[in-house]
Write a protein that binds this ligand. Structure first.
Ligand code: HEC
Length: 425
């Protein structure tokens, strides 16, 4: 509940399309994961969508939309597919090359899913839910195996490194270790409600408390250290790939990194993009990605803590070439991660906007629109495109997968549509 209330207030105070701000999501970025080869990332947002990013090119490859509510958790499957989980209690599996329709849909829970974890053998997906249960869903199909015992919201789930035990953390201040070959769960009571959980490659367990504590436990559940990590609840945790460091984020404070062995602080990230809702290291351990209340995915040097800028400007020349000068070009930067304007332009996560003025909605060849979107009776013009971003896509074109965004000022909308018309001719 706390998380939802905070999310609401953050969305309300976040400026709509601030100058030069780059983003794809229309709400705080709640979850993030990177593929094992480090080329792609997937982010989930309160805007009900997930976005798959090409990290090097800095473009959005697809907007994944199927959940009825916030996308609270995402996971990368070992074969390159993606999993997303939503507030409605469902899980969707997505192929690596088809972002239009999910390959499979499952509904293991009756309340929001808060976390996902992939089993090391790649066969089962574990989910934690506010319906007080955990589920292990086989990817090959079949009924989920359920784990009951938590009193109230379960906020974190992970496999221990060898995959024989499931670990969960809940709002009932308990950490539970469930042996997967049967047997009773081991229960540990901690002094605070638990919001986040991570397990390192070496089996170390980290749990984030609502009082700002970070608890570090050995693989068998022995409490090794309690660190005062923040003055607000710890809501996201990530171990570095080698397990030597742990990053902790809290909604009111910063992101702090600690040495796993000693518990000593290494550094605190400072700069834009706070508060942070989600964390992921790149597989080479060089970068830390953060998803924030400002709707951006940002990249930081994981060794120095230096801010490297939003992921979406990884190669500014590529995405933003031709977008210099003028207010309209500036406003369009919020669109460029998903839309090209040039005749040879590819379809990114969104269709090419080359020649969009005068075109009927949903008619770019080769682009897979959402059925609800292309069913609207709209021809794009300066007026209709301006209206789209005056009201926001979810109001003007209900059923769309384009993340919600509003261009608040009439001058900015006028400059934007003029730029799209001219640059996209
Ligand atoms: C995160 C990706 C993303 C961002 C950012 C984004 N869009 Fe889109 N846009 C889409 C998607 C996806 C669609 C297709 C909608 C569907 O099929 O539901 C779309 C569709 C459109 C269409 C209709 C195109 C057609 O062929 O009918 C227009 C016009 C448009 N976007 C303009 C913009 C503008 C202007 C901005 C910036 C203010 C913007 N978009 C930002 C993803 C995005």
């Amino acid at each position: 509940m706390l998380i939802r209330l905070l999310a609401l207030s953050l969305t309300l105070i976040a400026p709509a399309l601030a100058q030069g701000e780059l983003r794809g999501h229309g709400g705080p970025v709640r979850a993030i994961a990177v593929t094992p080869d480090g080329t792609r990332a997937i982010s989930g947002s309160f805007d009900q969508s997930a976005i798959v990013w090409a990290l090097e090119r800095g473009v959005a490859l697809g907007v994944l939309r199927v959940h009825e509510g916030a996308v609270n958790a995402v996971a990368v499957l070992p074969d390159g597919r993606f999993a997303t989980a939503g507030e409605e209690g469902g899980i969707a599996i997505w192929r690596a090359d088809d972002f239009a329709t999910p390959a499979a849909l499952m509904k293991p829970h009756t309340a929001p899913i808060s976390a996902l974890a992939m089993s090391p053998d790649g066969r089962t997906l574990a989910s934690a839910s506010w319906d007080s249960t955990l589920a292990l869903t086989p990817l090959s199909g079949g009924a989920p195996r359920r784990f009951e015992g938590h009193q109230g919201n379960v906020n974190g789930v992970a496999f221990t490194h060898e995959g024989r035990t499931l670990v969960s953390a809940g709002y009932d201040a308990t950490l539970r270790l469930w042996p997967l070959d049967g047997g009773t769960a081991r229960l540990l009571r901690l002094p605070a409600a638990l919001n986040a959980l991570a397990v390192s490659r070496t089996g170390e367990i980290a749990v984030g408390g609502s009082d700002g504590s970070l608890f570090l436990l050995a693989a068998d559940g022995t409490l090794r250290a309690t660190i005062e990590a923040a003055d607000a609840p710890v809501i996201a945790l990530a171990f570095s790939p080698d397990g030597a460091r742990i990053a902790a984020a809290s909604p009111r404070g910063a992101v702090s990194l600690f040495e796993t062995a000693s518990g000593k602080p290494v550094f605190t990230l400072s700069g834009p993009g706070l508060p942070v809702w989600s964390l992921a290291f790149t597989p080479d351990g060089r970068h830390l990605l953060t998803g924030g209340g400002d709707r951006l995915v940002r990249r930081w040097d994981a060794r120095s803590g230096e801010h490297l800028g939003p992921v979406v400007i990884a190669r500014p020349a590529d995405v933003f070439s031709g977008l210099e000068g003028g207010r309209g070009a500036e406003v369009f930067k919020a669109c460029a991660v998903c839309h090209t304007l040039t005749p040879d332009g590819e379809n990114r996560a969104g269709p090419s906007l080359h020649g969009v003025m005068g075109r009927r909605i949903g008619t770019v060849p080769g682009y897979r629109y959402s059925p609800g979107f292309s069913a609207h009776d709209i021809t794009w013009s300066r007026e209709t495109v301006a209206r789209l971003f005056e009201l926001g896509p979810s109001t003007y074109t209900p059923g769309t997968k384009m993340p919600e965004q509003i261009v608040g000022s009439a001058e900015d909308r006028a400059a934007l549509v003029e730029f799209i018309e001219k640059a996209g001719r």
